[in-house]
Design a protein around this ligand. Structure first.
Ligand SMILES: CC(C)(COP(=O)(O)OP(=O)(O)OC[C@H]1O[C@@H](n2cnc3c(N)ncnc32)[C@H](O)[C@@H]1OP(=O)(O)O)[C@@H](O)C(=O)NCCC(=O)NCCS
Length: 185
């Protein structure tokens, strides 16, 4: 298993593979086309989009992606509404971790942690994500063990449940590079 960033072109050309993993892990999108235009490519156009892939051979078996959010975007605005302007001014702008997923047969061996760390490598400012409101969930255990803390809660975009908002305070990492999706490592 190796982790490397996909370039923007690779994200586009390998979107069907990414979808297969996404759909198996989350299964919450009505169709490939809606997911592609409404999520993956929409996010890929955002500031400092970065996509880390977990590869077994050349097969994508997991991924993590994110970008720096901005006012007017659904997620950034939802967090601001939930935690209030004063807190939001401290947490935003933030690198927003949008997705983290591994196919079930590849879990439990540290690859999820490696994907998350790769995604955040070199991020100096704060980071935000939303996840299940359940501190026994594997993903939440992972985030807590990486220093993330609950900072609020808001409804899932589809209104189906409450999600906890987690934040990772900004760190200074000297001259570490800012995230770019075209850095292959
Ligand atoms: C979250 C996910 C990526 C973790 O991947 P993974 O490779 O299994 O995780 P790792 O092996 O790197 O484990 C990292 C930490 O996660 C937690 N963890 C992982 N599996 C766990 C489990 N079954 N039960 C409890 N905690 C677990 C532990 O804290 C673990 O650290 P430890 O091994 O030192 O105890 C994976 O479970 C997944 O794809 N889940 C479904 C998708 C999902 O929920 N994504 C997050 C949406 S916000």
């Amino acid at each position: 298993m190796r982790i490397r960033y996909l370039t923007d072109d690779e994200v586009r050309t390998r979107a069907p593979e990414i979808w297969r993993v996404y759909d198996e892990v989350f299964g919450d999108q009505p169709s490939y086309d809606l997911w592609l235009d409404g999520m993956l490519l929409r996010h890929a156009a955002r500031d400092r989009f970065r996509f880390a892939a977990a590869l077994e051979g050349d097969d994508i078996v997991g991924f993590s992606w994110g970008y720096v959010g901005a006012p007017g975007q659904y997620y950034s605005d939802s967090v601001r509404a939930a935690i209030g302007d004063e807190a939001a001014d401290r947490w935003q702008p933030a690198f927003e971790v949008v997705e983290l997923a591994l196919l079930p047969e590849h879990r439990g061996s540290g690859h999820g942690r490696a994907l998350l760390r790769a995604l955040l490598d070199g991020i100096d400012g704060p980071a935000l994500l939303s996840t299940w409101d359940d501190d026994t969930d594997p993903a939440v255990r992972l985030y807590l063990s990486e220093g993330w803390r609950r900072i609020g809660e808001h409804p899932k975009a589809d209104g189906s449940r409450t999600m906890q908002i987690m934040g990772l305070a900004g760190r200074s990492r000297g001259d570490a590079p800012q995230p770019r999706s075209d850095r292959a490592e």
